[in-house]
Ligand binder design. Structure first.
Ligand code: ARG
Length: 361
């Protein structure tokens, strides 16, 4: 736990940023007095709605691994700090899914639950993402998403049972303070998915591939001005390569490149036919085509890199440094075609920000 002095120093830093950037610097002294009093009395302080909102936006702006940061200032922030039963948390998560999905025109959204207070976590979401596919080890090999095997076992232990298809939606697992975790099924009508087809290769459909529309990361903590929010699920929209070059392609994930190669008719016995590269490109074409056709927001990696360039320019114009993690910012397909590849980024960690935290299972 941090000392009151340290908390106050982090709070001051944030308040300066939050009010200065919005030309509200006159309010700083009074607000800091208030916060100081609160910290001395209780050991924590409470963000105003505006601070919470701006803090979450800046946390996105500071996310070194994210190529999509141009849109940081349009993040929609939902204040769910008062949700204090598992049912209420579950309802807020459903509302997040519905709002963010928005019928396919995705809205970058964050729902912020109660902060840690005096070392105690009030709310924790066990899922890595609000919507994700289960993974099972069966006698016939792995079924579903291998990345979910451990969490799927955890859900099974809690009493959940999936149908063991390749694309079972995992339940939401919510934990309140020191209580046992509780699981809830995600209502089927809230889950938007896109079947993957290819604009030229009809047989692509036979692979029976699909992916969900909205990536909602739910296991990271949000830190604003020294206050920790352990449950603050957030989403943007997908960059095609996340699905086409990683989730469906990685050997440790759905591992579909050989199947795709067969369908597009490339020889897979020699590396030098570049069958993996050809399969990757066509799989990524298919992902982008399918999402667009279904009216679901997605961005290709070339456009995302251009947008990131605009972000860098906008930040520079504001006199701010852009920090970044090059290894994450470069796309996994044709990285050297983007400006990002040819530049260096300082991977300094600035707050507000999102951080990994330890699993509860
Ligand atoms: N890479 C993760 C996935 O494929 C999602 C991470 C967040 N992505 C995003 N576009 N906001 O599910």
């Amino acid at each position: 736990m941090v000392s009151n002095n340290q908390l106050l120093s982090e709070a001051s830093q944030f308040i300066e940023l939050c009010y200065n950037e919005r030309q509200l610097e006159k309010q700083i002294p009074a607000r800091l007095d208030e916060i100081k009093g609160e910290i001395n009395k209780k050991g924590f302080y409470t963000h105003t709605m505006e601070e919470l909102q701006y803090g979450a936006k800046v946390a996105w702006r500071n996310s070194n691994k994210c190529i999509g940061r141009l849109f940081w200032n349009s993040l929609h922030v939902i204040d769910a700090r008062d949700a204090n039963t598992t049912e209420e948390v579950y309802r807020a998560l459903c509302e997040h899914i519905e709002y963010a999905t928005n019928g396919g025109r995705l809205i970058p959204t964050i729902t912020i639950f109660a902060p840690k207070q005096n070392g105690k976590e009030k709310v924790r979401i066990w899922n890595h993402q609000l919507i994700r596919y289960a993974g099972y080890e069966t006698n016939a090999g792995i079924v579903g998403d291998p990345a979910s095997i451990e969490f799927t076992k955890t859900c099974n232990k809690l009493g959940w049972k999936g149908e063991e298809t390749a694309f079972d939606i995992l339940p939401l697992v919510v934990q309140l303070e020191e209580c046992d975790p509780v699981w809830f099924d995600v209502p089927k009508d809230l889950v938007l998915e896109v079947g993957i087809e290819h604009p030229e290769f009809d047989k692509f459909r036979k692979l029976n591939l699909k992916w969900y529309a909205v990536p909602m990361i739910s296991d990271m903590k949000l830190e604003i001005g020294g206050i920790i929010y352990p449950a603050a699920p957030f989403n943007g929209w997908y960059m095609g390569t996340e699905i086409g070059a990683r989730n469906l392609a990685d050997e440790e994930r759905y591992n579909k490149l050989a199947d795709v190669a067969k369908i597009i008719g490339v020889e897979t016995t020699k590396n030098s036919t570049l069958w993996k590269d050809k399969a990757l490109v066509e799989l990524n074409v298919a992902v982008l085509y399918s999402f667009k056709r279904a009216g679901v927001s997605i961005v290709d990696h070339h456009t995302a890199a251009e947008q990131f360039k605009h972000f860098q320019e906008a930040e520079l114009a504001k006199g701010r440094n852009v920090t970044g993690d090059w290894t994450w910012l470069i796309p996994p397909v044709s990285p050297a075609t983007t400006h990002i590849f040819h530049q260096q980024y300082k991977n300094d960690i600035v707050t507000p920000n999102f951080f990994y935290q330890e699993n509860k299972y």
